[in-house]
Design a protein around this ligand. Structure first.
Ligand code: 1HN
Length: 369
């Protein structure tokens, strides 16, 4: 009897067997890698949310959601090109409105967040870890990861702010811890300035205390931010971002939050930045002015209070359309996450920080006799 010849298994058949055992060969990835040569494809698309469409919806939300005691009266800007939600693949931007007398009750989460005030006054405030942070127009209030926060409107005007969170990143890492405060509002520290955490971010600090490195600072006032922009008005600025300033954490010298870097950026009349791209993504809010941001082939034409996003690794440049007025943009970037992991790249290289900081004034050239 002739022994039956064993037919060799094909690679495809072998792959199917491995898959059934929840395993996959490296050679399969080699084939996948062919598709990703050429660098990252921007996640999501460039997109713009017009204030003239956003604002009426906020007003309507105030009628439809009668009080914000049960939830934040917030809606998010969802990138039409991202299936998993988010404004970019790591950042979520949205708006929130709170009517006079309302309270958005206290909670905390491992998602870090910040508020950039659009309409507010000294009697609108967020309490962060027991500290009152007034919300006046264009102030920046941080609610760092795992800090208690509740929002109050004790004025007689409605208040509106921009919310930006690292939610898509934290959800992507599967780390969404959440806790509600016992009671709807936090105990507030009001007795004296000496008790205020925020006082610990000044350039002088108590020697008898261990320095607090987390959950500080909590608030950057627009008054100081705008004054600093004006002081640096005559600087050359960055060819790629104009007069862009990063809100610094004075405790670490680094970014505002461990995951998020916030910028305030002025484009002087007629200013046009050079095109560049980086592995970070960003969300923008137009404080004032009119301009456009060209992202890839897309032109995002913006006016005051519009919001837009720039996906990661997308070529982009900003243009102030006005020849007479300045434009100011607030933006939030996921740069710190990438930098700490060594995954921050830009093209052209070093377009973020090209120049040395000023040191001593230049030494005059000696005349050669
Ligand atoms: C949140 O906690 C706030 O505290 C706003 O104001 C928006 C969106 C998603 C998840 C948590 C807030 C939010 C949020």
């Amino acid at each position: 009897m002739v022994a039956q010849e064993r037919r060799a298994k094909t690679l495809e058949e072998f792959d199917v067997e491995l898959e059934a055992l929840h395993m996959r060969g490296q050679w399969k990835y080699d084939r996948l890698l062919v598709q990703v040569i050429g660098g990252p494809k921007p996640a999501g698309i460039p997109y713009l949310w017009r204030w003239e469409e956003v604002y009426p919806k906020l007003v309507e939300a105030c009628e439809i959601i009668p009080e914000s005691f049960t939830a934040r009266r917030n809606f998010s800007f969802l990138n039409p090109g991202l299936e998993r939600g988010g404004t970019t693949h790591t950042l979520l931007m949205g708006v929130q409105m709170i009517k006079p007398g309302e309270l958005a009750w206290a909670h905390r989460h491992t998602i870090a967040a910040l508020r950039f005030v659009i309409r507010g006054n000294a009697r609108v405030f967020t309490v962060v870890d027991g500290e009152v942070c007034p919300m006046e127009p264009y102030d920046l209030i941080l609610t760092p990861r795992w800090s208690w926060h509740d929002h109050h409107n004790e004025s007689d005007e409605p208040a509106i702010w921009l919310d930006v969170l690292d939610l898509p990143f934290v959800i992507g890492m599967n780390l969404p811890f959440y806790e509600t405060y016992p009671g709807d509002r936090q105990q507030v520290r009001r007795s004296s300035e000496a008790e205020y955490l925020q006082a610990r971010t000044s350039t002088l600090r108590p020697t008898w205390e261990r320095p607090k490195r987390e959950h500080l600072p909590l608030r950057y006032s627009w008054k100081e931010t705008e004054a600093q922009l004006r002081r640096l008005w005559a600087s050359e600025g960055s060819p790629y971002d104009g007069l862009a300033l990063e809100y610094v954490n004075p405790m670490t010298g680094g970014s505002t939050l461990p995951t998020l870097s916030c910028w305030i950026q002025m484009l002087r009349p007629g200013e046009q930045t050079k095109r560049h791209r980086h592995t970070s993504s960003a969300v923008y809010f137009v404080v004032r002015g009119e301009g456009k941001t060209i992202v890839g082939d897309e032109e995002l034409v913006w006016d005051q209070h519009d919001a837009f996003c720039v996906p990661n690794w997308a070529w982009h440049q900003h243009i102030n359309r006005s020849r007479t007025e300045e434009a100011i943009l607030f933006s939030v970037h996921d740069i710190p996450i990438l930098q700490v992991l060594g995954l921050y790249y830009e093209e052209p290289e070093n377009s973020l920080q090209r120049q040395a900081a000023p040191s001593v004034p230049p030494v005059p050239q000696r005349e050669i006799a």
